[in-house]
Design a protein. Structure first.
Lengths: 220, 219, 220, 219
């Protein structure tokens, strides 16, 4: 049974030095109420696994300006100049993965898989330092799976057990991140009664979800 | 109460409210019938169900709704269906709190052999290895001896191990053992069971570490 | 756009020596109309990837009795004595995988992943001959992914494009198999108009599905 | 017709009815506007959509419905949503028939560099490498020269390659090249384009293999 908490309580679960997964593709499907609250808190030295780090001054971008992100693992940081600048100044370490490799590594982490071989990136700059393996005559790169201390995800509706459904393209990284962290907090539009979501439509079964937070007013 | 029912009832006491539990076939399936009213668990079935409910009457059986033992089941409110890759992701990924399994043999270090049938080619494993690997807690619920009256708990198993991981708890009609640091520890006797009988029907060494309620019983 | 064909046409797509994936957990979620038709056909030397090989004289069990299965890859064959016997006689090669490893290998095959590391089975008889790897101090076994020439799967409803939904626990191996074969044939209860299935509920998007066959009367 | 529109219209002719197509940002996005009536394609967006439709008016934009360029889109009947792992499983697994991409540079062997921006730290790759790896056919739809008027098609790229895999077709406002056996082959000139202009604005060697319709034009 997921516990219902507010954004302040959600953020209080995050400790200095934690590794966070944060859902979203840009700001779409990002748990902005919790991320906004996080920017009001003091947790620092964070590692953040997320496709992007928000936009300048928005979403996770705020944490970057506050110099509270130690390392970011994602696929596309170019669209936020603050991230690029922080990286150039040596304030922010960046680990860049092809988007499909990032998504797969998170899924693998949640599914108890230690790592996998992807053909993506073979022979490119992003293959540097990675173990290579020939499988059936084709070359692949080893990629270890990813896990986090806390996942902050965004869903559309939850029932009181914590079962989740998503809305349109805001699904993106959220269902995998729900599986891959020790503590999973889902920000949702609405919490409905158990039984209101059908067994066939549930995308994230409740066994993955620890806490629910209802989306609030969110200045952006 | 018959032996199997006793084992199921005793095992039920190990479950906590809110646990996600995967049940093997046989005695483990009976465990949920003995849960106290204030303990609700969520039964996971590795063929793709979270929220398995009681068996339906034959007239309500749905051919598309079976558990991992291929028996008709029902589902409770808040249940969900998913594919086998997702289901075993839950198991390996540590999202199932407890699994309750039967076994053929248990060795002195608490490792079990519950997949390879004696004297037969090894042609079936199912989800046993995944459950041993990934479940938060593994409880074996089994008769103390096999059909021939021979101990199931032995120094070394004659059959292939299911996993290198020792189980956490063993519940039989005679006793309860926990496994810690690679050793079996007898923590409880069943009513009407004696230490002598347990010694006689157990083929492995074990320590004795009575739990508090046993000590007060003056064993 | 998936092409609608009958079971005879479906079976005609299978050639001698093909590797087939066949959905189902026992007979639940198995495309029995097509399998039944297959047992009337002549394709031989088949490799079959399926959790089980039916039951004695039922489903894929018939093909075993007809000695048309050269090799089976699955997790649980003990419940069909005909399979055990055929294997003992040396007529049927069996590759046994833990059920989670089987499911993951099929998913990996469909997702272009060459192979992966699972902790399941380490130190057991099923680890024999498998490459081992330590990842973050934990031991894992390498498992290559699986693909097939033809996948025969079972779904509940399809729309005319080939989008699929499943019913209850008959989902099992079918969605992964839909991704992992050169030719995918889905047996369904019903084919509905495009738009009748919602974008959120579709489990298998149509880009995976080549052919649809409506379930028929099926002697079992 | 302006150059970009010409490129989009010419590229559209390469698509076949029923194709599943992933479109990069920029010119590739325009391609679907030029499809003949009898050719219907299904647009895949790697952020989790199959069946992307036209852009909505600003008043109909849905904040939860964007394409991989983060622009508001609509969906067509029969569309579906899925997570990023499933989406890239489709791409790597070979289930997307065609991808149409822009590029910064193309080398003489048909390999492209379209992710690492010149003179900047390499901090963004997105889905480009996965698409190059997994799509059935890769078409580059690009202006022949860059903003400075320099050739994009060069002997060796100065930027990091996106993949070792060569693309299949290159469509510019001047010409169409196919790539076979690691060589560029000029197969078509755009109207008003001349072989001389193509040679002048191309920084790499290429063979000439006119397609039939070009030969009849007497080039």
């Amino acid at each position: 049974m997921a516990k219902i908490i507010d954004a302040k309580e959600a953020v209080a679960l995050i400790k200095d030095g934690d590794c966070l997964m944060v859902g979203g593709f840009g700001l779409v499907g990002c748990p902005l109420t919790i991320v906004n609250e996080l920017s009001q808190s003091h947790a620092k030295d964070l590692t953040i696994i997320s496709n992007n780090l928000g936009e300048p001054g928005k979403g996770l971008g705020v944490l970057v300006l506050q110099k509270r992100v130690k390392k970011a693992i994602g696929s596309y940081f170019t669209s936020n100049p603050d991230v690029v600048q922080a990286n150039q100044k040596g304030e922010l370490e960046i680990q860049l993965l092809p988007q499909g490799t990032l998504a797969e590594a998170i899924r693998a982490g949640g599914a108890g898989i230690g790592g996998f071989y992807t053909p993506t990136g073979v022979g490119t700059k992003l293959a540097e330092g990675k173990e290579r393996k020939l499988i059936n005559g084709k070359e692949y790169l080893f990629e270890p799976s990813l896990r986090a201390d806390v996942a902050l995800i965004r869903a559309y509706k939850a029932d009181r057990l914590g079962n989740l459904i998503y809305r349109k393209s805001s699904r993106n990284f959220n269902p995998m991140m729900a599986t891959a962290a020790a503590t999973v907090i889902a920000e949702v539009d609405e919490i409905v009664d158990v039984g209101a979501l059908s067994a066939e439509e549930i995308v994230t079964p409740h066994l993955f979800v620890d806490y629910l937070t209802v989306k609030g007013e969110c200045r952006l | 109460m018959k032996a199997k029912e006793y084992i199921a009832a005793r095992t039920a006491k190990e479950l906590q409210d809110g646990d996600v539990v995967n049940l093997g076939i046989g005695i483990p399936t009976l465990v949920v019938d003995y849960l106290p009213r204030d303990v609700r668990v969520f039964v996971h079935s590795e063929n793709g169900i979270l929220g398995v409910g009681p068996s339906p009457g034959p007239e309500h059986a749905d051919a598309d709704l079976v558990n991992a033992g291929k028996l008709p089941v029902t589902v409770e409110e808040g249940s969900s269906f998913f594919d086998s890759a997702a289901s075993f992701g839950m198991i390996r990924g540590g999202h199932v709190d407890v699994t309750i399994l039967g076994t053929l043999e248990i060795n002195q270090r608490g490792q079990i052999a519950n997949w390879a049938v004696p004297g037969k080619a090894v042609l079936g494993v199912g989800g046993a290895m995944d459950l041993l690997e990934g479940a938060g807690k593994v409880i074996v619920a089994t008769m103390h001896t096999n059909k021939d009256g021979q101990p199931k708990i032995v120094k070394e198993t004659s059959l292939e191990l299911t996993s290198l991981r020792p189980v956490d708890l063993i519940v039989t009609e005679l006793a309860v053992f926990c496994v810690r640091d690679g050793r079996l520890r007898l923590i409880e006797l069943a009513p009407h069971s004696t230490l002598e009988e347990v010694r006689q029907k157990t083929g492995a060494e074990f320590d004795i570490e009575w739990r508090e309620n046993m000590e007060t019983k003056g064993v």
